[in-house]
Design a binder for this molecule. Structure first.
Ligand code: C5P
Length: 232
């Protein structure tokens, strides 16, 4: 299975993003485009980055009624990205609709993964605000099983959750994991963090790395360090 480092390009304009990517003259990084950049720069920035030869994870976390998600995914399927996502909380029916919409007429489609519980949600908030009584680990494992049952390819989760998800959903079920920091760096606002090397040991398929690369004095060197530690 493909393993890679995905750079979270959390910039607010096309100019900033392209200037950042211009620095990478060797290996073309796999890039994550999130809501901030997509809402600022629209589908054009997706097409431009794709044209430059990068793989793209379009991280828009769709969550709506099944019919709306199906139609929105059908639109996104024409953007030729490599990975998209939805919220597993939208139900199995919604995830199936998303998968249907994303599948092109010739049967090809980008990878589709689901968010289980956001890493910003604590177990306490999940109990008190969402009225979910199960433990965080059980909730995440159950949402991952729903994702697998809907036919999706994997989930976004903490690297620390990869082992339990793989054991419940199978080794081929993809885990895409943010919350990665170098051993000698600041955690920023991330709480449950691991290093790229540890994420590899825990079985992550893709690590998503933002500020440790985008805010580094030398982003290309930081990216290469990630690749070396994660891919070995
Ligand atoms: O800068 P940093 O490495 O913390 O960036 C991590 C990226 O992964 C951000 O784009 C963040 O929105 C995203 N993410 C996350 N936790 C999740 C899902 C996505 O940190 N559960």
């Amino acid at each position: 299975m493909a393993k890679d480092v995905i750079i979270a390009c959390d910039f607010s304009s096309a100019e900033q993003t392209l200037a950042f990517l211009d620095r990478f003259q060797g290996r073309k990084p796999f890039v994550k485009i999130g809501m901030e950049l997509y809402y600022a720069a629209g589908p054009d920035i997706v097409r431009e980055i794709k044209k430059r030869g990068h793989q793209i994870f379009l991280d828009l976390k769709l969550h709506d009624i099944p019919n709306t998600v199906r139609k929105a995914m059908a639109v996104l399927s024409h953007l030729d990205v490599d990975m998209c996502n939805v919220h597993a909380a939208g139900t199995i029916e919604m995830m199936k609709a998303g998968l249907e919409g994303l599948t092109r007429e010739d049967g090809t489609r980008p990878l589709l993964i689901a968010v289980t519980q956001l890493t910003s949600t604590s177990e306490q908030r999940m109990h008190d605000d969402l009225l979910i009584g199960a433990s965080m680990e059980e909730t995440i494992a159950h949402y991952a099983e729903n994702t697998r049952d809907a036919g999706l390819d994997g989930v976004v989760c903490s690297p620390l959750e990869s082992p339990v998800i793989k054991s419940r959903c199978g080794e081929n079920f993809i885990t895409v994991t943010p919350g990665v920091r170098f051993a000698d760096a600041a955690a920023d606002d991330q709480v449950r963090i691991t290093t790229p090397a540890r994420a590899r040991e825990l079985g992550s398929d893709y690590i998503v790395v933002g500020r440790p690369i985008t805010a580094a004095a030398d982003p290309v060197a930081a990216y290469e360090r990630c690749i070396k530690e994660f891919l070995g």
